[in-house]
Design a protein around this ligand. Sequence first.
Ligand code: MN
Length: 202
Amino acid sequence: MAFELPKLKYAFDALEPHIDAKTMEIHHDKHHAGYTKKLNDALDGTGQNGKTIENILHNLDMDNTAVRNNGGGYYNHNLYWEVMSPNGGGKPSGELATAIDKKFGSFDSFKEEFSKAGATQFGSGWAWLCVKEGGTVEICSTANQDNPLMPGIGCGGTPILGMDVWEHAYYLKYQNQRPAYIEAFFNVVNWEEVAARYAKKK
Ligand code: MN
């Protein structure tokens, strides 16, 4: 069964003014749709039909650039839309907040480090908050559409928060001001969703 482009749970303009409608529309309908189609094309006839995207990425041959780039792109954007919400922002609570405080000292320190991971990722890529077995959390970044599920990526655990720092994620509104986009992203983070993913994977 082919992978499908997920529907957004909110309107393109729902994250305004932090993320503009035009960026959301192109990002979802063109970029994410493109990764989805090219992933399906790359998997066609390989016998991988029916596997979950997580399984495919875990067992990926990193030399298979078509699946690496488009499978990563497919998975990463699925997560990205889910961890944003028009009702987002603020801070996490509960056990995720405890894990963040334990690792980074405070939410503000976490935010600073996560923002830095996104800002200093050279070129296109992603910043991640991952959960490792036992419940510890970790920040890392990856290039292009790579992600922490892929073998040997050196950024372990399961991603529970992903921030796209490709220029297509912010350039229409923020141009070269990636840090301004990162600051804005924090206003739409769906901490409830991130906490649910933490609870499931810890
Ligand atoms: Mn993107």
